[in-house]
Design a protein around this ligand. Structure first.
Ligand code: NDP
Length: 429
């Protein structure tokens, strides 16, 4: 039976973990081949994906475990080089699971295409002309990409804004048309760009202006996903810290981030520590998600926390995360990269909307993982212990020496490459 709860997974060897994964998800030897070192992205495929290819760059792929989201079990592939992220996400997912799991929802999946028009003789008249031609423009955009309409999506609406309207503005006046497009299960950049480019000549005619930019906006605020968790304090007890102390510390940490951009940026980086690895593993465009997430965090005029943490009437810690999620389950590199194809099989999501909800749940878990560590022992204790293996490798340790040197570094509380080099020298003498 499929369960994301696999106790002791971290103690197994890589081969044992792969066998457990196949068994749990009933994957074939062919499916799992993408995890072999010679099964990852072939250089011939890479050469077709970007330009001037000389090879491929690999990241570790780990599994976030214990995730229960809307009552469904998820094993979550995460591609990331930073130690402790996967462990922390799985640790918090276990706590949230014991509290009933994450609940999530998503908005409709509407992406925005922008058309910039300058040089209009009268901007108000130009705006009115576009609004009067609204249905014709929507129909023309759909005619430029009929297959997405056949899939149940397509352009649905538009609006028009005039920017720099004030005489005191530093920049020239311009008109911006927003075309709203349902891209179904695709992230939709190509769909959106094709549609807005196709409208440019008509827009120029209607406005008597000049069109410059015709491109997707990554501030996908009509394509958002939300995750929530409600955790009783008894599940937050950490070492000598009571659950109430941890709960209150997390709320104070949130209030700090929500009031101060210097803190918010690091707080939000910790959220993206969970989000990016899933976006990458599933073959999605993490720059698009990153850009949208940070812009959304600044939507009220200052850069703030992406999450909210508060205490409810029963004394539970409540966490919420809402972000634009311009990801897909089709298109781009998703069906091209063999590991991304496997990641989708592991995740077992039915739609882009479901994937978006999984991703924000991981972001929320990751945030709590970081805040819980920060308000108790501090981030370094757990992080440096896991980082010690990378330090050992950087100092030249190989094979069984890696764990021996790493353990010694932790024991001597000196997790530095210099110290690791000394130990490697002693070991190899
Ligand atoms: P693609 O154009 O690769 O794929 C979308 C196509 O997949 C659709 O047009 C559709 O074609 C097909 N499809 C199959 N099943 C479905 C389904 N269920 N729902 C929707 N479409 C389906 O990808 P995108 O348009 O999503 O573009 C994403 C790529 O664009 C990413 O790689 C991104 O990096 C890149 N990009 C990003 C930009 C940005 O963020 N600013 C700018 C430019 C590019 P059909 O119906 O014909 O089968």
């Amino acid at each position: 039976m499929r369960s994301s709860r696999i106790p002791g997974f971290y103690k197994k060897s890589v081969e044992e973990r792969k066998a457990l994964l196949s068994q749990t998800l009933d994957l074939s030897a062919e499916d799992i081949k993408a995890l072999d070192s010679d099964g990852v992205l072939p250089v011939e495929t890479a050469d077709k994906m970007i330009e001037n290819v000389v090879g491929t760059f690999q990241l570790p792929l780990g599994l976030g475990l214990n995730f229960l989201i809307n009552g469904k079990e998820y094993i979550i592939p995460m591609a990331i080089e930073e130690p402790s992220v996967v462990a922390s996400a799985s640790h918090i997912a276990k706590i949230v699971r014991d509290a009933g799991g994450f609940t999530t929802e998503a908005s409709e999946r509407i992406m925005i295409g922008q058309i910039q028009v300058v040089g209009c003789a009268d901007y108000a008249v130009a705006k009115q002309a576009l609004l009067e031609a609204k249905q014709d423009l929507i129909d023309a955009a759909n005619a430029a990409y009929p297959s997405i309409v056949a899939r149940g999506g397509g352009s649905q609406d538009l609006d028009v804004r005039i920017l720099n309207d004030s005489p005191n503005s530093d920049y020239g006046k311009m008109l911006v048309l927003h075309l709203y497009i349902d891209t179904c299960d695709a992230m939709g950049a190509n769909i959106v760009n094709t549609m807005v480019e196709s409208l440019a000549p008509t827009v120029e005619k209607l406005t008597s202006g000049k069109v410059y930019l015709r491109i997707l906006s990554n501030l996908a605020d009509r394509c958002v996903a939300r995750a929530k968790c409600v955790i009783p304090p008894k599940l937050l007890v950490t070492g000598e810290y009571s659950g109430e102390e941890v709960r209150d510390g997390v709320v104070h940490a949130f209030e700090f981030a929500d009031s101060d951009p210097y803190r918010a940026v690091t707080h939000n980086k910790g959220i993206m520590n969970g989000i990016d690895p899933v976006v990458i593993a599933t073959g999605n465009d993490w720059r698009a998600v990153e850009a949208g997430a940070h812009a959304y965090a600044a939507r009220y005029g200052s850069y703030r926390s992406m999450t909210k943490w508060y205490v409810d009437a029963e004394g539970n810690l409540v966490g919420e995360l809402e972000l634009p999620m311009s990801i897909g389950t089709v298109g781009g590199a998703i069906r091209v990269h063999p590991v991304s194809q496997l990641a989708h099989k592991i995740l077992h999501v039915e739609s882009a909307s479901e994937l978006a909800q999984v991703i924000v749940s991981v972001g929320l878990a990751q945030n709590l993982g970081a805040l819980k560590a920060l308000v108790t022992d501090g981030i370094q204790k757990g992080h440096m212990a896991l980082h010690s293996r990378s330090v050992a490798i950087a100092a030249g340790a190989t094979g069984e020496m890696i764990d021996i040197i790493a353990e010694q570094l932790v024991k001597e509380k000196e997790i530095r490459v210099g110290k690791a080099k000394e130990l490697v020298e002693q070991y190899t003498k």
